[in-house]
Design a protein around this ligand. Structure first.
Ligand code: GRF
Length: 203
């Protein structure tokens, strides 16, 4: 069985979309662990409600040690690491051990509105303020950078003149809950092939 770990920091609605995908049989995989760098993350409750082992390495307590602690939990135990609203930047051995096996979802069309410090509502505020006509979400592989790895999927939404950041965030989140489970499913089926900086997704 294809085994995954999901890393979170917040409410975990993206995590929930993966849990629902597994529970419905859409994704043939098992979620071996949910790991949070925030002890208050509601996503921990979502894991517990679904009988998934949850681990908490709060970044306020563990600081720079979070990446190593996560590696100690998942090394040799999972095939794919899914960052679902995970706000810490992974560094060190975990990136080597799981090279090309970590994916992230970002709430914009990378390379727009991404990079260091660009997360949550700030992303949508920038998009609204800039006056873009489309935005969306991106699922990508994680490399040493921030939001810089090869893109797997992007889903777009229209942006309207009177949109607020909050309205746009909600519109994009709906697309995230489609894109992330689909990406996990296709990777578990071996249908995403990395070609250097680009990917081929076979459907
Ligand atoms: C999502 O918008 C995701 O794109 C970003 O963080 C948010 C997580 O939301 N990385 P949730 O905690 O999954 O509800």
């Amino acid at each position: 069985m294809f085994r995954i770990a999901v890393l979170i920091s917040g409410s975990g609605s993206d995590l929930q979309s993966v849990i629902d995908g597994v529970n419905s049989g859409y994704i043939k995989a098992s979620i071996e662990a949910v790991i949070s760098d925030n002890k208050d993350a509601y996503g921990i409750k979502r894991a517990e409600e679904n009988g998934i082992p949850a681990y908490v390495f709060d970044k306020r307590e563990y600081k720079e040690g979070v990446s190593e602690l996560i590696l100690s939990v998942i090394k040799d135990k999972v095939d794919l690491v899914v960052l679902a609203g995970f706000l810490s930047v992974l560094k060190g051995d975990i990136l080597k051990e799981f090279r090309d096996r970590i994916i992230n979802i970002h709430p914009s069309l990378i390379p727009a509105f991404c990079g260091k410090g660009m997360y949550g509502i700030k992303v949508h505020q920038k998009a609204v303020d800039y006056g873009v006509k489309v935005s969306g979400c991106t699922v990508h592989f994680v490399d040493e950078g921030t939001d810089t790895g090869p893109i797997i999927f992007q889903r777009t939404v229209p942006v309207y003149f009177d949109d607020t950041a909050d309205i746009l965030q909600k519109r994009i989140l709906k697309e995230e809950h489609i894109a992330l489970p689909e990406a996990v499913k296709l990777i578990s089926e071996g249908k995403v092939v990395l070609k250097g900086r680009k990917t081929i997704v076979m459907d």
